[in-house]
Design a protein around this ligand. Structure first.
Ligand code: ASP
Length: 375
């Protein structure tokens, strides 16, 4: 059932159906419905969206306005990013907090855990007695997909969590942070976004956190969901969805980390297989304390012979092995029952996160393989 807020929004949209014409310098200028000059006034209560900031280029401080100029990632406070965003006051009531302010490669598993716990708290208890309808997390794009997937698995709510970043820092030519932030807030405040776990919004596209990955080092059109495509898009008139992701996430996830501490997060590393690779890297990770290894194998998940031998020995010693593919898409099954867990079509960096989270709740091989099938 749609809420009063959603019905009011639809009523407002349908009320704006006229064309306004004006004469400017002797030229007739027609304003189409939804043009920037015809602001839609909200008639009902706006959604309360909480922005939780972590840094990244979206909060970068650039040396100059020139395109491609150097900048410091994770420098500006969230209040500065939210100030004067055009039209925001008609879309949501926005409150904000600074969780950390760092480049995304400085975000650690301990940060993931703290962030997941904070988001669960915000979505459950609200802020100062006021319910929160959705959360936006600002984040650097380089490792955005890792944090987003951790949250997808561990924020146990039907309310939307939207992770957003930018490719160009504030103040530079065609900076994409302001539009991305506006669209993320719209998405987090939309009724249609409920029950979809954590989402990634950039470039007016909405992606599922499980599938989204950064595919281009510079383009603003960098996030892709590989074989599956985006879930939908978001524009001035709101979020539109065209499909639903099937894998378990959000309120459908079983991973309650609210009582965990960073020490509970197991060490899991990623190995890349290539011809001639020996077992030195794998052995090194195991010696450093890795309890699990995710192998980015060639093709359907194969490894070089030498690496494969070392991995089998490590598995016999109790190290968890998860097989993924370095191809970037396609599924990988569990081979050699008891030795490898197949990661389906999860990218290595996502499979690592699922293994870490899974090992925090079970040590049963059958259960671990079930989890890789369901998530
Ligand atoms: N280096 C930046 C970061 O990930 C890149 C970005 O945000 O786009 O923090």
């Amino acid at each position: 059932m749609r809420s009063q807020r959603a019905r009011n929004h639809v009523a407002t949209r349908t009320a704006i159906t006229f064309l306004a014409a004006s004469v400017l310098c002797g030229t007739a200028v027609a304003q189409a419905p939804g043009s920037p000059d015809q602001a839609e006034e909200p008639t009902g209560p706006l959604p309360h969206v909480r922005v939780v900031a972590t840094g990244g280029t979206i909060a970068g401080r650039a040396q100059s306005a020139e395109a491609g100029a150097g900048y410091e990632s994770g420098a500006l406070p969230i209040e500065e990013l939210l100030a004067d965003l055009p039209g925001l006051d008609r879309m949501a009531e926005v409150t904000a907090e600074q969780f950390i302010n760092v480049p995304s490669t400085a975000v650690s598993p301990a940060h993931w855990l703290g962030l997941a716990q904070r988001l669960n708290e915000i979505l459950r208890d609200g802020i100062d007695g006021r319910a929160v309808d959705g959360v936006v997390v600002t984040h650097g794009t380089d490792a955005l997909e890792e944090t987003a997937y951790f949250l997808d698995l561990t924020v146990l709510s039907d309310k939307p969590v939207v992770v957003v970043g930018a490719m160009r820092p504030p103040g530079t030519v065609s900076a994409d942070g302001p539009i991305n932030l506006i669209r993320a807030i719209q998405t987090a405040g939309a009724e249609e976004s409920h029950g979809r776990g954590t989402l990634v919004v950039l470039n007016e596209e909405i992606h599922d956190a499980r599938d989204a990955t950064k595919t281009n080092t510079h383009s603003v059109e960098t996030f892709r969901s590989r074989s599956w495509g985006p879930l939908g898009n978001v524009g001035r008139d709101g979020a539109h969805y065209y499909r639903r992701a099937e894998k378990r996430d959000g309120a459908r996830s079983e991973f309650d980390v609210t009582a965990n501490t960073p020490e509970d997060i197991p060490r899991v590393d990623i190995l890349y297989s290539y011809n001639g690779a020996d077992g030195v890297g794998a052995q090194g990770f195991a010696d450093a304390g890795a309890v699990g290894l995710v192998v980015a194998g060639s093709g359907g998940g194969g490894t070089s012979r030498e690496l494969g031998e070392t991995l089998r020995e490590l598995a016999q010693g109790g190290v968890w092995l998860v097989r993924t593919s370095r191809t970037g898409s396609g599924s990988v099954g569990g081979w050699g029952r008891g030795t490898y867990v197949g990661a389906d079509d999860l990218l290595p960096q996502k499979a690592r996160i699922l293994l870490m989270v899974a090992l925090m709740s079970t040590q049963d091989p059958e259960e671990i393989q079930r989890i890789f099938r369901e998530y």
